[in-house]
Design a protein around this ligand. Sequence first.
Ligand code: ATP
Ligand code: MG
Length: 353
Amino acid sequence: MRSHRIAVIPGDGIGQEVIEAGKKVLSALAEKSGDLRFEFVDFDWSSQRHLEKGEYIPAGGLDELSRFDAIYFGAVGSQDVPDHISLWELRLAICQGFDQYANVRPARVLPGVNSRLKGAEDIDWIIVRENSEGEYSGNGGRVHQGFPDEVGTEVSVFTRKGVERIHRFAFQLAQSRPRKQLTLVTKSNAQRYGMVLWDEVFFEVAKDYPDVSIDRELVDAVTTRMVLKPETMDVIVATNLHADILSDLAAALSGSLGIAPTANLNPAGTFPSMFEPIHGSAFDIAGKGIANPVGSFWTAAMMLEHLGESTVAERLMAAIERLTASGLQTKDLGGTATTRDVTQAICADIERQ
Ligand code: ATP
Ligand code: MG
């Protein structure tokens, strides 16, 4: 029996609904396999907890979390807590505490899903986002707060170590894909320090991966290429902020924010990695039972892959594709199915296979 210990943090809003759905699918896969087991431990780290107890993560929480094989995360964000507090105190506390410096975001149009973009079937990208420093390093300050001469600074920090490790990660990922192509995205024409460091280190690292074909784009220009020539790109590596924006664009182009998954990886394996759908807590639809759980299913497939369960991950991916192809879709994709309908359908399909 293969067994994996998974820490589950549903978080806020629809995070709770889609993670519940994802656990059901993982349990169906385990049951079907017969020789696979998941031990789920739920953590109530959420904005509700913050409002009641004044903290998202209890003392010693990260230590406890560090003993799991993986973290399955929903979403964080509440109307009652400023976003910069909820994000930093929960999601970023885990990403930074566990040095999950590589954020990986695949984008592809699943069968049966309609994109608004002509030629979207050619989208097959993986966006690699630097996840530990850069624009979200948390450095900056405000002076003369509230006065007319107030100043706010937000300092981006790029270290050679941080830049080199994300480039190496992206090259290795590109190398493992059939097209072996990597696009560097920066803004080194206007930003002449950190962004130039990014460019320089990229071309140094490239020498170690001669079989990977490379090109470079400015972040503004790459948005037009993503829309107009989606077939010309494979793996894309960009900074924390740039890749954050590009991956929302990629998700929308490939159908819906409700489908896209992401992995926050600690490539060294010193700490657990964290897997989450890219969407947020979506309070406009929370509690209605209509959230699209496909993003959390795809997230579960990425988690399985990371746990060394490639065959089971492929089985899940195939079930997800049969599900979307069947036309059973939630409202965000133009359908009328509920979260529960979609979850029951995929579990039944897994049992049948
Ligand atoms: P955050 O601030 O954390 O980004 P958010 O509340 O702004 O979260 P997002 O998740 O970014 O919401 O999504 C924006 C909108 O897209 C939501 O308000 C919702 O209408 C829609 N959406 C997002 N995820 C889903 C989903 N899984 N199913 C259906 N609709 C979704
Ligand atoms: Mg949002």
